[in-house]
Design a protein around this ligand. Structure first.
Ligand code: HEM
Ligand code: HEM
Length: 219
C-alpha cells in the first residue's frame, strides 16, 4: 500500500498520474463489511451456520464502530462532519428535482452519502438486535426488528450498488475503482494525505484473528 503523500507519478512517467481519495483503513473496512454482510445475510436463516452468522454479525458491529470512530478522528474527508455537510445539500436536491434542473454530480454525492449512512445505521440496529435475540433478552418483536433491519441493510446495499453502476455508466468512469486502488486518475493534490497502511493491516489482522478464534468455539 502506498504511503507517500506527494503526487505519485510525474508527467511522462510510465504510470499515469493519480491522486489518493480513499485511505487504506476505509478500503479494508469497506470490503470486510461487504463480505461480512453477504455472509451474515446468507447464514441468518440456518441453525447449522449460527456460529458463522454470529461471528460475522459481531465483525460488522466492530467495523461500524471503527468507521464511526474514524469519522471522528480520521482524515478530514472521511469525517462524519464531511458526510453531514453533503447531507445538508438535500433541500437543494429536492428543489432541483422539482424544477427539473438536476445536477447529476451533486445528486450522486448526496445519494452516495445517504446510502452509506443508512447502511451503517441499519447495520448497528441489526447487530444490536441480533445480539439481543441470541441472548434471549426480549420477545418476538426483537426477532422482527432483526429481520427488518437486515432487510433494510440489504435494500440500501443494493441501492448503493445500483447508484455506483448507473453513475459510472453516465459519467463514463469506473467509480468503483477508488474503493480498490484508493485513487482516481488525473493530476492534482491527494485528497487524503496519508494512507495509514499500518492501521489497515492491523484491522485486517484483528478481524482474521477474531474469525480464527471464534470459529473454533462451540455454537
Ligand atoms: C449486523 C449484521 C447482521 C445481519 C445482516 C443479520 C442477518 C440475519 C438474517 C437475514 C436472519 C434471518 C432472519 C429470519 O428470516 O428470521 C438472522 C437471524 C438471526 N441472527 Fe442475525 N444478522 C446480523 C447480526 C447478528 C448478530 C450480531 C447476532 C448475534 C450475536 C445475530 C443472531 C441471529 C439469530 C440468533 C438469528 C435467528 C433469529 C430467529 O430465530 O428468528 N445476528 N440474522
Ligand atoms: C461489489 C460491491 C461494491 C462496490 C463496487 C462498492 C463500491 C463502493 C464505493 C466506490 C464507495 C465510495 C463511494 C463514494 O464515496 O464515492 C463505497 C462506499 C461505501 N460502501 Fe460500498 N461497494 C460495494 C458493496 C458494498 C456493500 C455490500 C456494502 C454494505 C453492506 C457497502 C457499504 C459501503 C459503505 C458503508 C460505504 C461508505 C464507506 C466509507 O466512507 O467508509 N458497499 N462503496
Amino acid at each position: 500500500m502506498n504511503t507517500a503523500s506527494a503526487s505519485r507519478a510525474e508527467p511522462g512517467a510510465a504510470t499515469p498520474p493519480s491522486r489518493r481519495v480513499v485511505d487504506a483503513p476505509t478500503r479494508v473496512v469497506h470490503w470486510l463489511l461487504a463480505l461480512s454482510f453477504v455472509g451474515a445475510y446468507l447464514s441468518g436463516d440456518s441453525e447449522r451456520w449460527r456460529l458463522l452468522h454470529v461471528s460475522l454479525g459481531y465483525t460488522i458491529l466492530g467495523l461500524v464502530v471503527h468507521r464511526l470512530l474514524w469519522g471522528l478522528i480520521g482524515p478530514r474527508h472521511t469525517r462524519l462532519s464531511a458526510w453531514a455537510a453533503k447531507l445538508r445539500a438535500a433541500p437543494d436536491f429536492l428543489r432541483s428535482l422539482r424544477s427539473g434542473k438536476l445536477n447529476p454530480t451533486a445528486a450522486q454525492n448526496l445519494l452516495n452519502t445517504l446510502f452509506a449512512v443508512l447502511i451503517l445505521g441499519f447495520a448497528l440496529i441489526a447487530g444490536i438486535s441480533g445480539y439481543a435475540v441470541y441472548e434471549e433478552l426480549g420477545g418476538e418483536w426483537l426477532e422482527e426488528l432483526h429481520e427488518l433491519s437486515s432487510n433494510g441493510m440489504l435494500v440500501m446495499a443494493v441501492g448503493h450498488l445500483l447508484l455506483i453502476l448507473t453513475s459510472s455508466f453516465l459519467r463514463r468512469q469506473n467509480l468503483a475503482a477508488r474503493m480498490f486502488s484508493g485513487s482516481l486518475p488525473g493530476r492534482g493534490p491527494d485528497l487524503i494525505k496519508r494512507n495509514h497502511g499500518a492501521l489497515a493491516a492491523l484491522i485486517l489482522a484483528v478481524v482474521l484473528g477474531f474469525w480464527f478464534v471464534q470459529l473454533q468455539g462451540p455454537a
